[in-house]
Design a protein. Structure first.
Length: 289
């Protein structure tokens, strides 16, 4: 419009017109806001799949009740052992725990392995005949007699003697050259007197492992003791070597053996408890000093 028409109005209205323009010009520019999209959840990296052979079928085992047969493992602790085995083991433990008198403890001192091997090699040569061999011998003798032939009694064979009563008699008569006693005779009273008798009569004796081993020599299940009364000339040197070893280990050590008690060995737990008490006492003594 023409300002000359209203000369007084224009100067007053000019600031009112300019003020909104200046306010808009002084405002900061609008920033365009964009919505942030939520991040995708974390997905663990999966390992690459193994190639499965389609010809081989996977059959996982189920070891539950009524399932697959369990793998073999040591079930010794769960076995209900026969009574005679339990008694053997309990006796062995008792012999370790209790004090064992020398007369019984001497049966734990067996002959060393090398000497025992030589001894059994010698004894093996003088095994008695079996029942079948005896039957065959008597049959041949009877056949010869039936045919009218004269049968002369041959020379008495040199064999090992067995049986506790027979051996006791041989020792008392001093006919035995060597007495071999088993270490595991049960009851022990059967042979407990024999070492003292052998020493008194001056007969060499030894204790070896295994009544069953002695039994095999004489074709029996077990034998408490065996004795040699004589040997052939070719075996005299080996017998003398054995007798020297046996005398030095048993007959000459008799006084030492009869004073030596056995047992008194406690179990692992009892030993650990004893050691613990000793350590506590030692610590207390150190603190008092």
């Amino acid at each position: 419009q023409n300002p000359n028409k209203y000369p007084d109005l224009f100067p007053r209205a000019l600031p009112l017109l300019i003020e909104p323009v200046l306010r808009v010009a002084s405002m900061p520019p609008k920033v365009k806001r964009t919505k942030k999209v939520a991040a995708a959840p974390y997905v663990a990296k999966q390992p690459p799949k193994k190639e499965v052979n389609p010809l081989i079928e996977k059959r996982p085992k189920n070891f539950g009740i009524g399932g697959s047969i369990r793998p073999k493992r040591d079930l010794t602790r769960f076995v209900k052992w026969p009574k005679y085995i339990r008694l053997q083991r309990q006796r062995q433990v008792l012999y370790q725990r209790l004090k064992v008198p020398p007369s019984i403890n001497q049966f734990t001192q067996t002959l060393d392995r090398q000497t025992a091997t030589q001894l059994f090699k010698l004894l093996h040569k003088y095994r008695p005949e079996t029942r079948a061999q005896k039957k065959e011998r008597l049959k041949s003798v009877a056949q010869k007699k039936a045919e009218g032939e004269s049968v002369q009694p041959g020379k008495k064979p040199v064999l090992i003697k067995y049986g506790i009563n027979h051996i006791t008699t041989l020792v008392e008569q001093k006919k035995a050259q060597l007495v071999v006693i088993a270490h595991d005779v049960d009851p022990i009273e059967i042979v407990v007197f024999l070492p003292a008798l052998c020493r008194k009569m001056g007969v060499p004796y030894c204790i070896v492992k295994g009544k069953a081993r002695l039994g095999r020599l004489v074709h029996k299940k077990t034998a408490t003791a065996v004795a040699l009364t004589a040997v052939r000339n070719e075996d005299k040197s080996s017998l003398n070597t054995l007798l020297d070893a046996v005398r030095s280990n048993y007959n000459e050590r008799f006084e030492e053996i009869r004073r030596q008690w056995g047992g008194g060995i406690m179990g692992v737990k009892a030993q650990a408890a004893k050691t613990k008490l000793e350590k506590i006492k030692a610590r207390e003594m150190q603190s008092k000093m």
